[in-house]
Every structure is written in C-alpha cells, then in structure tokens.
Design a protein around this ligand. Structure first.
Ligand SMILES: [Zn+2]
Length: 135
C-alpha cells in the first residue's frame, strides 16, 4: 500500500475558504450542509480534543477530535487507501477506461431526492439502468 501523502490543500481548506459563498449561492439538501460542516470542523477546536497516550511509554500528545463523517477525506483517508489497494489487486492485466456521462438537467431534482437509487444505477451499465428506471 502506498503511504499517505498529505495534500497541499485539503477539502476542509477549500470549504473553509469558499464553502459559505457556495452554500449561499444555491439551494443544497440539508445532508450536504451537514457533510460540509463536518469536513470544515474535523480535527479543529470546534470538535474539542483529547489526549493520545502511547501504551508502551509515557508519550502523550494533544489531538483534536475527528468528525467521523463517512464523506470526510481526513477520517476516511486510511479506509480509502485500503479500498484502492484491494481494487488494484482485483484488476485484470488489461486496459481499463473511465466513463463519465451527463444526465439531462431535468432529472437533477429527481436524482437528488433518490440518491441511493441513482448511485446504484450509475455503477452498473449506467445507460441501460437509467433508462429502465426513468423511461
Ligand atoms: Zn473528519
């Protein structure tokens, strides 16, 4: 597994700088506000702190609490690396490609209200699944 390299800018930095303007410029579901707030406050004084103590020696270190939100890149960083490592090990020695497609704008609100279904449709043959569900 590749070691974690801290990025120059984190999602929390972007949200802290532009999040408020972004949220004020559009109507977002409450769940999106909660995720953005969690990521912004993760490992800051806003969530309080605790004392990490080594089990083998007396070394201690103050640390801020994590948000533990499943969308937070800081909290899910190690899980993400493990997941990627597993997927890489499952890959066949053939060429792969990444497919991106756009859905009609008229379906945006329908997809926002049915995120689970929309997400599962997009991971399996998206064109056929989407047509089955909405046409
Ligand atoms: Zn977090």
């Amino acid at each position: 597994m590749k070691p974690y390299i801290k990025p120059k800018y984190e999602m929390a930095d972007v949200f802290s700088k532009y999040g408020s303007a972004y949220r004020n410029s559009r109507k977002l579901p409450l769940s999106d506000h909660k995720v953005m707030n969690a990521i912004e406050s993760c490992r800051t004084e806003a969530l309080g702190g605790h004392l990490d103590k080594c089990a083998k020696c007396d070394y201690t270190k103050n640390a801020y609490n994590s948000c533990r939100n499943r969308h937070c890149p800081k909290c899910q960083g190690m899980n993400q690396l493990k997941w990627i490592d597993k997927r890489v090990n499952e890959m066949l020695p053939i060429g792969y490609f990444h497919l991106v497609f756009t859905i009609p704008q008229e379906l945006n609100s329908l997809c926002l209200m049915n995120k689970k279904e929309e997400s599962s449709l997009n991971t399996q043959n998206p064109k056929n699944q989407f047509e089955k569900a909405f046409w």
